[in-house]
Write a protein that binds this ligand. Structure first.
Ligand SMILES: Nc1ncnc2c1ncn2[C@@H]1O[C@H](COP(=O)(O)OP(=O)(O)OP(=O)(O)O)[C@@H](O)[C@H]1O
Ligand SMILES: [Mg+2]
Length: 297
């Protein structure tokens, strides 16, 4: 499923003294199969944008009426999110949304019940017990947990990383084609971060066709993403693959953003007269540096 947004704007508390324009004429296409990154300073509209993708935030109805004139488009595959007739429950089965610190939303007495809730919540009719059990077992196994060992445990007795996996299981349990995650690795230790990113790649191969991550971690973006959208003040500044984006170090600094360590090292080497042309993954950076050294020797 392809995601297309054109001329998308969003104002919180419109028509009140507290109105905040969170999205300002955003146009963005995300192709099926991407591992898509969204970056931007605090308050730049990243979360507001992704919450549109499963209809959690909707276009105001006045805008829907005007959409033809304004050319506003928001489609996810066949779903037209500007239409009142859209089946938003069906959409949510296709677009799974993992919020920031999703473990804070675990609530059930057992891991099984928590993950099962995600399944029952989006089912059209009450599913059979066998069907729920199959889906929950598959989801818990897919996030790398031992179903037999954790299913009857309280989610609150798990480690931070395990809780986050359970929360992700509760979203992928409906087998969404698109998985959207707001800061999936935030607050985890370095190993936990690497494990979560590896898990997302595994899920992309086995279950979800497209993964979209919002992140402040530029190393994470450089290592994992196919394309990156840069948000600033509710607008999309650029959409580029990391290999192109992180060449623009100065521009990113001016937007209040960081760059990956590989980009900082590339810049430091350049200032010393050594040009490295890498894709900003650590592996490629090291390979290119070693190749340069070989040439010098
Ligand atoms: N529920 C809300 N009510 C009113 N204003 C909001 C609400 N949520 C966000 N905003 C405002 O909308 C703008 C965009 O916020 P958003 O949360 O989308 O940014 P963000 O890029 O996700 O930021 P962060 O990196 O801090 O998560 C900000 O000015 C924010 O203060
Ligand atoms: Mg946010």
């Amino acid at each position: 499923m392809r995601i297309v947004a054109e001329h998308l704007s969003y104002v919180y508390n419109a028509r009140s003294p507290f109105a905040t324009k969170a999205l300002d004429d955003v146009s963005l296409t995300i192709e099926e199969g991407e591992f898509f990154g969204i970056i931007g300073h605090t308050g730049s509209g990243k979360s507001t944008f992704v919450q549109h993708l499963n209809g959690l935030l909707r276009l105001p109805s006045s805008l829907k009426r005007r959409k033809k004139k304004d050319g506003v488009v928001l489609t996810v595959g066949e779903f037209d999110l500007t239409s009142k007739k859209t089946d938003f429950r069906a959409l949510r089965r296709h677009v799974g949304m993992v919020f920031q610190y999703p473990e804070n939303q675990l609530f059930a007495e057992t891991v099984f019940e928590d993950v099962a809730f995600g399944y029952k919540n989006f089912a059209d009719k009450k599913p059979e017990r066998d069907e729920v059990e199959r889906a929950v077992r598959e989801a818990i196994t897919a996030v790398g947990l031992d179903y037999g060992a954790v299913k009857d445990m309280s989610p609150f007795d798990l480690s931070g990383g395990q809780k986050r996996r359970v929360a992700i299981a509760g979203v992928i349990v409906t087998s969404p084609e698109i998985l959207v995650l707001d800061e999936p690795a935030a607050g985890l230790d370095p190993l936990g971060k690497r494990e979560v990113m590896a898990l997302l790649h595994k899920l992309k191969e086995s279950k979800c066709k497209t993964v979209i991550v919002v992140s402040h971690d530029m190393d994470e973006i450089a290592e994992n993403c196919t394309n990156v959208a840069v948000f600033s003040d509710g607008k999309v500044k650029d959409v580029l693959p990391p290999a192109e984006l992180f060449k623009r170090t100065e521009e990113l600094f001016s937007l209040g953003l960081d760059v990956p360590l590989t980009a900082k090292l590339t810049l430091a080497l350049k200032q010393r007269g050594v040009e490295i042309d890498c894709d900003y993954t650590m592996e490629d950076f090291v390979a290119k540096v070693l190749a340069k050294r070989g040439n010098v020797c």
